[in-house]
Design a protein around this ligand. Structure first.
Ligand SMILES: CC1=C(CCC(=O)O)c2cc3nc(cc4[nH]c(cc5[nH]c(cc1n2)c(C)c5CCC(=O)O)c(CCC(=O)O)c4C)C(CCC(=O)O)=C3C
Ligand SMILES: [Fe+2]
Length: 335
């Protein structure tokens, strides 16, 4: 396949206090999120001057990608500037015909896959019939370029624990409604949790095969009567402390960078929970723009450009696919 541009697609985040509420409204539009939850999360952004770290992280990733890619690089977000529709319009004006899109989430599910596909489709429709074709790069939950930086980070965090006695690895990812998890993957195969479990197993095997580990969930939203994936990381820390664990490494394997859900929900909230319980706590880093992660993106581009080469880096067995079928990761509201 011939591509004439690379497109980074991300979540977006506010970059000042006056941008927090309009951003939050974009995120939650039509998603049934209670007003109190919205205000609570807005407060988290306010602690950082209303500036989410995510846009700077996207800019750093783009700079790291420039020497690796032979294609012009564009960037568009779901929820904040630069908005995807503006970027796709610019691509059209620049004469781009067919672009390859990399999404800043490695996993399936409506929130982490299909919603991005819908965003791309809507942006193209906004631009009109001469909008470029845009193909999304596959999931990369078990790519060596995703596993290795996480594993090194877990290793470094373990080294920072006071003794490594009675220590436990806690992997965490964004919680989603259980119905959304069930609808993840072709035919609704619960792929979100399955992929995350595989990522966790691979990172644990590479970083600390001798240690027990768990996969837990964070940043739950939505109305209380809707079931989301559990246990929550804070509840899990309580259970571990009760069971005699004294030291934990928390590894956010669900995320590629230290965005707000990492620097607030883990570095402030979960850390406070651990302190209250007397647990030694280290949070492992995310890939960010680690050179191996950047190389991974180049390899994923090559994989699609040289479709005949048949090289498909993967350490696990949960399959990945290039084009999501129509029944893949559908919104549970519409399912
Ligand atoms: C699976 C998943 C990922 C990982 C995949 C991916 O990376 O895409 C993710 C990432 C992110 N989520 C983010 C921020 C928010 N997510 C929210 C709300 C929600 N997230 C959900 C799921 C996910 N979210 C869901 C099911 C909701 C409920 C609303 C709905 O059904 O859609 C809300 C509203 C308040 C609240 O309800 O918490 C905010 C502000 C940011 C930016 C952080 C920054 O600014 O640094 C990032 C990277
Ligand atoms: Fe999908």
């Amino acid at each position: 396949m011939v591509y004439d541009a690379f497109l980074l697609v991300s979540f977006g985040g506010p970059e000042g206090q006056d941008e927090v509420l309009p951003f939050m409204e974009n995120v939650t539009r039509g998603r049934g999120i209670p007003r109190e939850r919205l205000e609570l999360v807005a407060e988290h952004y306010r602690h950082f001057g209303g500036v989410s770290p995510i846009n700077a992280q996207c800019r750093a990733l783009i700079e790291a990608l420039r020497p690796e890619l032979d294609l012009p690089i564009y960037w568009g977000n779901r929820n904040w500037h630069p908005f995807l529709a503006d970027t796709v319009r610019q691509m059209r004006d620049d004469g781009v015909r067919r672009a390859l899109a990399f999404v800043t989430s490695p996993f399936g599910s409506y929130s982490s896959c299909r919603q991005y596909l819908d965003d791309i489709a809507r942006a193209r429709a906004d631009v009109g019939p001469d909008a470029p074709e845009i193909d999304k790069i596959r999931h990369y939950h078990d790519h060596p370029g995703y596993i290795a930086p996480h594993a090194d980070a877990v290793h470094a965090a373990l080294e920072a624990l006071p003794s490594r006695m009675n220590a436990r690895l806690v992997f965490t990812a964004h919680s989603i409604p259980t119905s959304m998890n069930a609808a993840s993957g072709p035919g609704g195969a619960g792929r979100y949790e399955a992929q995350l479990r595989e990522t966790a197993a691979l990172v644990a095997a590479e970083a600390a095969p001798e240690l027990p580990w768990d996969l837990v969930w964070q940043s739950r939203s939505g109305p209380p009567q809707v079931p989301w994936l559990e246990p929550d990381v804070n509840d899990h820390l309580e259970a571990l402390a009760k069971a005699g664990v004294t030291e934990v490494v928390v590894s956010p394997i669900g995320f590629i960078s230290d965005h707000l859900e990492v620097v607030w929900d883990l570095d402030v909230e979960a850390k406070n929970t651990a302190a209250r319980l007397g647990l030694a706590y280290e949070r492992a880093a995310t890939p960010g723009h680690d050179p191996r992660f950047v190389t991974m993106i180049r390899q994923l581009v090559d994989e699609r450009v040289l479709a005949h080469s048949n090289v498909r880096h993967a350490l696990g067995t949960v399959p990945t696919w290039d084009y999501c079928p129509a029944d893949c990761c559908v919104s549970p509201k519409r399912a």
